[in-house]
Design a protein around this ligand. Structure first.
Ligand code: CS2
Length: 498
C-alpha cells in the first residue's frame, strides 16, 4: 500500500498528478486581506476564489492573513502552522466523483488570544486593503427584536474596559482603525461574508454603534475612509468528518489534518464599493453588481430557509442529513410549495434571474447524497438564523395578505425541536447561543404554547400578530398530536407540484 504524503509546501511536488496544487510562487505572495474567522466556509469560498485568481492571473498581491479570535480557533491555527497554511478543498460532484485541490491563498495566520497587538498592527498595515469577516449570523451582536447593539454582552463590556487586549471583532476593528487613522495607513474595506440580509450594512451598523460609545473621536474618519459592501455568499460546506480525511488519504494519498469538503456550486455577488481597491475576483466568476438585495433575498429566503425547513422537519422525523430529508417525497412537496407560494411572492423584481431554474437547482443541491450535510449543522444557532432566513418571509406575507402557513408550521416545528427528542425517541443537543431560553420556552409551551413566541430577541413583536399566532398555535397543536410526516401530508394535500 502506498503511504500518504503530509500536506506541506515542500511536499507539493510529490502529490499525485490528479491533485491541483498552487503553481504560483507562494513566497512572492503579498498579503492585502485579513480574514477573521477561518472556518470551513471561508476556506471553500473567499480563500478558494482568491487562490484561483492568483493561479489564473499570476498577480500575487491578494494573499490572505487569517485571524482567529476565539479559543476554539487554536485548532485551525495549529494545523495551518503545521501545513504551511495549505489545506485541501475537495468538491463532491453530483455523480459522486471527487476533485481535490490544494489551496495556497492563506499565507499567514495570527491567533489573537496569543498576540492581540500583532492582530491590531496587521489590520492597520497600509498593505491591508480588506478586512473580511465570517463571524456567523449571530456574531454581529444585534438584538433581533429591537435591532439595537447589545452593550450588555459581557465580552463587549470587557472590550470597552480593556481596549488594548480586545476579545471581540468590534474591539479589534476599533483599535485597528484608530491605528490606521493615526499612522495615515489609508482607508480600507470591512467586508462581511456572513449570511445576513445587508451584511455590509449590518457590519457597519454594529461597528459604528460600538465605536460611538468606545472611541467616538474615530467616527468621522471611519465614515470617510471605510466602506462596508453588501454581498451574497453561497457554497454549501458541511462539517468535515473523519471519513473525509480517510478518503483523502486513500484516494489522493494526502495527509491533511483538516481538509474542507463542499459542493461544486459557488456564488459570490458583491456591491462594488471597495475603499482601497480589491482583487480582480470577477476574473474567476465573482459578480460585482450595484444592488445586491435581490440576490440576497433570493438566497437567504430560498436556500437558507429551505435548509431550515428540511432541517427542522427532518430532525423531528429522525433523519440525519439534508439529502435524506430532501429525498423524502412529502418533505420535498412541502419545500417546493413553501418556495413557490410563500417565498416567491416576497422576492419582487429579480431582473434576469431565472427563478424557476434557481429553485430547481436548489432542490438538486439539497439532494446531493455525497455532501452529507448534517441536519445538526443546519439546526444549530437557529435563534440567529430564523430571524434572517424565515421571519422576513412571514412578515412580508402578512403585509401582503399572502400565504405563510408552511413558514408558521416550520416555526412550530422549531419549537418542538427544542424539546430535544425526535419521533424515534432519540435525543439531541440544542446547540445555540440562546439554548437555555429556547429549551425553557419550548418546555413552557406544552402548557401555554404562545410562550415560545414570547422570545422577544427572536420574534420581536410577531407575538402580537393574531394571524401569525393562530397559524403557529394550530401547527404546534398538530405537531404535538401527530407525527411530522402526517402533518406535512395534510398540508401538502391539495397542492399540485409545478
Ligand atoms: C446553512 C448555510 O447554516 C445554514 O443553515 O443554510 O450554512 C448554507 O449551507 C450556506 O449559506 C450555503 O451557501
Amino acid at each position: 500500500m502506498k503511504t500518504s504524503i503530509s500536506l506541506k509546501q515542500e511536499n507539493l511536488s510529490r502529490l499525485l498528478p490528479n491533485v491541483k496544487t498552487p503553481s504560483y510562487d507562494r513566497d512572492k505572495v503579498k498579503t492585502s486581506i485579513v480574514h477573521i474567522g477561518v472556518g470551513n466556509f471561508h476556506r471553500s469560498h473567499e480563500a478558494f476564489y482568491t487562490n484561483e485568481l492568483m493561479e489564473q492571473s499570476g498577480v500575487l498581491d491578494c494573499g490572505i492573513c487569517g485571524v482567529g479570535l476565539l479559543d476554539h480557533d487554536r485548532k485551525i491555527y495549529n494545523i495551518l502552522k503545521d501545513q504551511d497554511g495549505l489545506y485541501t478543498l475537495v468538491t463532491k460532484e453530483l455523480d459522486g466523483s471527487l476533485n481535490a485541490r490544494v489551496i495556497g491563498s492563506i499565507v499567514e495566520y495570527i491567533f489573537a488570544p496569543e498576540n492581540p497587538i500583532a492582530v491590531i498592527e496587521k489590520m492597520a498595515d497600509p498593505d491591508i486593503k480588506i478586512i473580511s469577516l465570517t463571524i456567523t449570523e449571530g456574531g454581529y451582536n444585534l438584538n433581533e427584536g429591537t435591532g439595537e447593539f447589545d452593550f450588555s454582552n459581557p465580552v463587549i463590556v470587557e472590550d470597552m474596559k480593556n481596549p488594548m487586549s480586545p476579545k471581540t471583532v468590534f474591539g479589534y476593528l476599533a483599535q485597528a482603525m484608530k491605528l490606521r487613522m493615526n499612522c495615515n495607513s489609508g482607508g480600507c474595506t470591512i467586508q462581511s461574508c456572513d449570511n445576513i440580509q445587508g451584511n455590509g450594512d449590518v457590519a457597519k451598523k454594529s461597528f459604528l454603534n460600538y465605536v460611538q460609545k468606545a472611541e467616538p473621536e474615530l467616527l468621522p474618519w471611519i465614515e470617510e475612509n471605510v466602506s462596508f459592501p453588501n454581498a451574497m455568499v453561497d457554497r454549501i460546506t458541511p462539517v468535515t468528518v473523519a471519513e473525509d480525511i480517510e478518503k483523502l488519504q486513500e484516494k489522493f494519498l494526502i495527509d491533511d489534518q483538516w481538509p474542507v469538503v463542499c459542493e461544486p456550486f459557488i456564488q459570490w455577488v458583491i456591491e462594488d464599493d471597495f475603499k482601497a481597491g480589491r482583487p480582480e475576483w470577477e476574473k474567476v466568476g465573482v459578480q460585482f453588481v450595484e444592488n445586491v438585495v435581490p440576490f440576497e433575498n433570493m438566497k437567504l429566503r430560498l436556500l437558507n430557509a429551505g435548509h431550515s425547513v428540511l432541517g427542522m422537519l427532518g430532525a423531528l422525523h429522525g433523519y440525519r442529513t439534508i439529502d435524506q430529508a430532501a429525498r423524502d417525497s412529502d418533505f420535498k412537496v412541502f419545500l417546493r410549495a413553501f418556495m413557490d407560494e410563500e417565498v416567491t411572492p416576497t422576492l419582487g423584481d429579480l431582473g434576469d434571474i431565472n427563478l424557476k431554474k434557481y429553485k430547481n437547482s436548489l432542490i438538486d443541491r439539497f439532494r446531493n447524497i455525497y455532501i452529507k450535510d448534517l441536519i445538526a449543522r443546519i439546526c444549530l444557532e437557529s435563534s440567529a438564523k430564523f430571524p434572517i432566513f424565515l421571519l422576513p418571509t412571514i412578515k412580508a406575507q402578512l403585509k401582503n395578505g399572502g400565504n405563510f402557513a408552511r413558514a408558521a408550521f416550520v416555526v412550530a416545528a422549531w419549537c418542538k425541536y427544542n424539546d430535544g427528542i425526535d419521533e424515534n425517541g432519540n435525543t439531541y443537543a440544542i446547540e445555540d447561543a440562546m439554548s437555555n431560553e429556547l429549551i425553557r420556552a419550548a418546555a413552557l409551551s406544552h402548557q401555554n404554547p404562545i410562550r415560545f413566541l414570547e422570545i422577544e430577541p427572536v420574534f420581536g413583536d410577531l407575538v402580537n400578530n393574531k394571524a401569525f399566532v393562530d397559524a403557529f398555535l394550530s401547527s404546534l397543536e398538530k405537531l404535538r398530536n401527530k407525527n411530522v410526516k402526517d402533518c406535512v401530508r395534510e398540508i401538502n394535500a391539495g397542492f399540485n407540484e409545478h
